[in-house]
Design a protein around this ligand. Structure first.
Ligand SMILES: C[S@@+](CC[C@H](N)C(=O)[O-])C[C@H]1O[C@@H](n2cnc3c(N)ncnc32)[C@H](O)[C@@H]1O
Length: 278
């Protein structure tokens, strides 16, 4: 049964596919190629993309010639992913219980999903279960340090005096290379390795604002609960802060830092681990 945090996540993403695809998805796409490399996704590899959202990673895996299955907990995402990644099998699926037999995939990937589940350890254990022994698993999360991309919204809300509601929290892990690698090891992965990914996403400030304005993610949920007056104050603060970052191309630079961790899957039975070669 879903806990409070998972139930909150279901509400947060409900109907949000188009607004997410038109805003934050382009930022998340910055990790796509490194994630697929870490999972060894190439021609002929059967890969599962979990929490596929609008299907960015699924489409990138298809472009590599992989055989792709993708799942998401949010029906509007499933619909959009199916349209954006024709050729992939896209299904509804909710971590930590996926509708696949043990060992169904050569590779399993999740781009910015493990930070959206109540029990990240249970989610990773399930991802390991559906990968074949010897297969690879790779996931990303945002780094624990304030990502400047999101801090622009937080700064604007602070300036406007928004009081943050208290939402349910997930079981936490430290969102650093060590923290995410430790979680993969606890979930039974072998040969775990991780690194930081840093890039600067350039975006039109109005497109960037369309994320919270469209109710996307936690930040969008907070904005959707503001009075019209408070909403207008946040937007005014955001416009001023964004103007200060505007480049000659009319775009703002949004520095992002993610953590990528990967490992080799193994069967874990009665405390014994078995890793098969590729
Ligand atoms: C930040 S978005 C990332 C989407 C996509 N991977 C990308 O790179 O753009 C998180 C996605 O995870 C999905 N999600 C959240 N909790 C989930 C769960 N328990 N099981 C499956 N998908 C989940 C959301 O519906 C959303 O589409």
């Amino acid at each position: 049964m879903a806990g409070e945090f998972d139930a909150h996540e279901r509400q947060m993403w409900a109907g949000a596919a188009k607004a997410y695809a038109g805003s934050f998805a382009a930022l998340c796409a910055g990790a796509a190629e490194a994630l697929l490399d870490a999972a060894g996704v190439r021609e002929g590899v059967r890969v599962l993309d979990v929490g596929t959202g609008p299907g960015t990673i699924a489409a990138a895996a298809l472009a590599r010639g992989a055989e792709v299955v993708a799942v998401d907990a949010e029906p509007s995402m499933v619909e959009l992913a199916a349209a954006n990644a024709p050729g992939a099998e896209v299904r509804h699926g909710v971590l930590p219980e996926l509708p696949f037999a043990d060992g169904s995939f050569d590779a399993v990937v999740g781009n910015f999903v493990v930070n959206h589940v109540e029990d990240p350890w249970a989610a990773l254990t399930e991802l390991r279960r559906v990968a074949r022994p010897g297969g690879r698993l790779a996931v990303t999360v945002w780094h624990a340090t304030a990502n400047e991309a999101m801090s622009l919204f937080n700064q604007a809300m602070d300036e406007a005096g928004v009081v943050r509601p208290s939402y349910p929290a997930p079981m936490s892990f430290t969102r650093t290379v060590e923290g995410l690698c430790g979680l993969l090891e606890q979930a039974g992965l072998a040969e775990v390795a991780g690194r930081e990914l840093a890039w600067t996403h350039r975006e039109d400030p109005e497109v960037w604002w369309s994320g919270p304005a469209g109710g996307v993610a936690g930040i969008g949920r907070v904005m959707s609960e503001q009075t019209p007056g408070m909403y207008a104050r946040v937007k005014t603060a955001y416009d001023r802060l964004a103007a200060g970052r505007l480049g000659g191309d009319g775009l703002i630079g949004l520095p992002a830092v993610a953590v990528l961790a990967s490992g080799r899957c193994q069967q874990v039975t009665g405390g014994h681990s078995v890793v098969a070669g590729r």
